[in-house]
Design a protein around this ligand. Sequence first.
Ligand SMILES: Nc1ncnc2c1ncn2[C@@H]1O[C@H](COP(=O)(O)OP(=O)(O)OP(=O)(O)O)[C@@H](O)[C@H]1O
Ligand SMILES: [Mg+2]
Length: 247
Amino acid sequence: MEWRKDAFRIDDNVDLRPRPVLSARKLNRAFYLGAAIYAVHDLDLDVYPGEFVVMRGPSGSGKSTLLSLMAGLDRPTSGRITVDGQDLNDLSEAELADLRRRKIGYVFQFFNLIGHLSARQNVVLPMAFTPAPQWYMDVRAQELLERVGLDHRADHLPGQLSGGEQQRVAIARALANTPSLLLADEPTGNLDRKTATQIADVFHRINEEYGQTCVMVTHDPELTAYAHRVVSMADGTVVDIAPGGRG
Ligand SMILES: Nc1ncnc2c1ncn2[C@@H]1O[C@H](COP(=O)(O)OP(=O)(O)OP(=O)(O)O)[C@@H](O)[C@H]1O
Ligand SMILES: [Mg+2]
């Protein structure tokens, strides 16, 4: 039989995109300080596999709160958030912690490395709960450090590394368990211009070469060049979505 598109049409707008890695629907997070302050308010957002999304917006617009909800570090007041189709509201605290370890990589502005552990040991840390043998974790950590250009400093402590080098370690650590989603909150906010560009390049390369889905909060207009989409927030919600430099 000859293929006739209209013979099988179910809906004029069948969505052929892959399933989002992350979906937020009617998401709210309120803090109660006398009156309720909605840090995140009725927010809808989808992030697709392989996307590099930059989030921006004025101070206090809810970016960090949103990232914490995406990471399962915080719970919404109402609404829902799904990661790889899994509704985070359905998970117990222990299950949420497990999902966080397996599916989410998180990079902070101030690196948050463990000071008395070497760069390699910091990268091994998130793998410690997996059944992998120690030699495998060490080899993988070394390879991740190589990927971010820091394999020659694997045995150094964070205090012996520059800010940019510490952030490379933090990125390698975030990638240790092959996360579905790499989240970064102002990862270059504490670095000088040149180092910030180098760190942005690391994120770019990880996204381009390995297809790592990435959501990055940044005030830095230069970093929108790396994004497929730029999501602008104000008053806890999305007010604009525009193509970034690679969109
Ligand atoms: N734990 C908390 N208790 C009370 N209010 C909070 C808390 N965390 C965040 N808020 C409020 O929620 C709003 C959003 O904060 P959030 O840190 O998400 O903003 P942001 O966009 O990340 O800002 P910045 O660019 O300065 O980092 C702010 O009004 C903030 O004061
Ligand atoms: Mg913030």
